[in-house]
Design a protein around this ligand. Structure first.
Ligand code: NDP
Ligand code: MG
Length: 400
């Protein structure tokens, strides 16, 4: 029986994780869950999975949840609040495996706590790795944590790598394993066929309607701007110990091939399947075994054609910014991620236009590009400063 902590259990990835867990009650035991404030859904998850502990980051919502649980005679479930409590459940000795599925850099410290405690860490929270890069991977190396990628592209790449590389995430020499290139596929999002001048008018609802994947709102906007692919580019660099030149983004609108690994002998290994996060989640939960995920098998006979295109960086300036940040160093990556979180939030709240996201990101990276970050305290401090700066670009746009 594998014991699980799910950080961000009320989100898209958290719910898909519980969908897989539900299919295998004899294999997985949920010991702790967390959310920010989705109290009704957390209440339902408590009734179904009966965890020992729950963290609601919001104190007010923790109190409401505790009260609701008491009324259904589930007061033995311990409910706490605050971000420090997330670190405690992530490193708790009662837990074998931690699903890191909080959105944004808010998930950094709890994900890192799981890593430092040497857990099996299922990494969905890409922003944690983008923000802290080498510090995160060094912590994996020191603790011997087993890091398994959940992001569908990175999970696909992982599946296409030899065993030796799978056993050393972040510090294997892939060239030594015969790899010549990693091909990171991306659908291009909902606006791939839109004209450049139409992008100014994009609404949050349009940006969140991804053609192939059903995801949380932040990552949906990131997919529409292709910042998501940019964050994934940086994530791939760290997870697979690659140089930026070894990673190539390929547009593949059908999202059937989830990514590919090209070998020196000309072989290209691809992982395919229907676009459904339950596949990488089931893969990582049961690795190295395979279990049912609930996902329909891919139907080759009714499949649309497989198309591939090069990326147009004029249309997707955020992707270019991220690749440049990856080449520049950690300060640029941490700054880009923080600015983007502020900009996306402002776009979702209709304070800025879709096309302003890239402008805020670019101005912020330019200002902080040469910051050195060598400790987690410096990462957190830079993240905070960039947020304040990016926010000022929104509230006082004459600074732009
Ligand atoms: P969602 O927005 O759907 O869910 C986010 C989860 O984090 C919720 O449980 C939410 O709680 C919680 N949360 C939000 N803010 C905070 C905070 N400040 N502190 C603590 N917890 C918080 O996101 P997704 O599930 O879509 O994405 C989660 C992560 O997985 C992201 O990093 C994303 O990039 C990555 N990912 C997602 C994929 C997908 O298909 N969705 C695919 C690949 C990667 P509450 O419900 O209370 O707000
Ligand atoms: Mg992805």
């Amino acid at each position: 029986m594998q014991t699980l902590c799910i950080l961000g259990s009320t989100g898209s990835i958290g719910r898909s994780t519980l969908d897989v867990v539900r299919l295998h009650p004899e294999k997985f035991n949920v010991v702790s869950l967390s959310a920010h404030s989705s109290v009704d859904l957390m209440f339902e998850q408590c009734i179904e999975f009966k965890p020992q502990k729950v963290v609601m980051v919001s104190k007010q919502h923790a109190e409401i949840l505790a009260d609701k649980l008491k009324r259904v005679n589930l007061s033995e479930i311990i409910v706490t609040s605050g971000i420090l409590e997330l670190e405690l459940i992530a490193q708790d000795s009662a837990t074998d495996t931690v699903m890191a599925a909080i959105v944004g850099a808010s998930g950094l410290l709890s994900t890192l706590a799981a890593v430092k405690a040497g857990k099996k860490v299922l990494l969905a929270n890409k922003e944690a790795l983008v923000t802290s890069g080498a510090i995160f991977i060094e912590a994996v190396k020191q603790s011997g944590a087993q890091l398994l990628p959940i992001d569908s592209e990175h999970n696909a790449i992982f599946q296409c790598l030899p065993l030796n590389a799978q056993q050393q995430p972040g510090y294997c020499d892939l060239s030594h394993e015969g790899v010549s290139k990693v091909l990171l596929t991306g659908s291009g999002g909902p606006f791939r066929t839109w004209a450049l001048n139409e992008l100014e008018t994009v609404t949050p609802a349009q940006a969140c309607a991804h053609p192939n994947w059903d995801m949380g709102r932040k990552i949906s906007v990131d997919s529409a701007t292709m910042m998501n692919k940019g964050l994934e580019f940086i994530e791939a660099k760290w997870l697979f110990n690659l140089e930026p030149e070894d990673i190539q983004v390929v547009l593949h609108p059908q999202s059937t091939i989830h990514s590919m690994v090209q070998y020196k002998d000309g072989s290209v290994l691809a992982q395919m399947g229907n676009p459904d996060m339950r596949t990488p989640i089931a893969h990582a939960l049961s690795f190295p075994q395979r279990i049912e995920s609930g996902v329909e098998p891919f139907d080759f006979f009714n499949a649309k054609s497989f198309e591939f295109e090069a990326v147009d960086f004029i249309k997707y300036p955020n992707l270019k910014l991220a690749i440049d940040a990856c080449k520049s160093g950690q300060g640029a990556c941490t700054a880009l991620n923080a600015a983007n979180e502020i900009a996306v939030d402002a776009f979702l709240n209709e304070k800025i236009k879709f096309t302003d996201i890239a402008k805020i990101n670019e101005t912020s990276v330019k200002k902080f590009v040469s910051e050195k970050v060598t400790s987690i305290e410096e990462v957190v401090a830079l993240d905070r400063s960039v947020r304040v700066f990016a926010q000022s670009l929104i509230t006082e746009p004459e600074h732009k």
